[in-house]
Design a protein around this ligand. Structure first.
Ligand SMILES: [Zn+2]
Length: 100
């Protein structure tokens, strides 16, 4: 069964995420996520992105967008992009599976 992919750019709007050295995490999360979204779409993958602009999402809104994209199904892969500073350094990709 073909996988469906939800790309989630972490943070956004009033939630900047990590800030340092002139870098604002939410902006890079969005750029990285848009690249992944466009690339997967061009390859014919069913893909959805939780935000395409610098928009504030509550945790509930974010989860609802994830769940509404393709439903809560085992064939949906969720990729939430973050760039960490502090306890964990560097780039990370978290794959969230809501269903087994
Ligand atoms: Zn983050």
């Amino acid at each position: 069964m073909a996988k469906k992919v939800v790309i989630d750019p972490g943070h956004g709007g009033t939630d900047s995420g990590a800030v340092g050295n002139g870098i604002i995490e939410k902006d890079y999360n969005l750029k990285i996520s848009k690249y992944i979204f466009d690339r997967l779409k061009s390859l014919g993958v069913d893909v959805y992105i939780t935000r395409e602009t610098d928009e504030t999402l509550t945790p509930t809104e974010r989860v609802n967008r994830v769940l509404n994209a393709f439903g809560n199904s085992s064939d949906v892969l969720v990729v939430s992009n973050h760039i960490n500073a502090g306890g964990a350094d560097g780039q990370s990709v978290t794959n969230i599976k809501y269903n087994n």
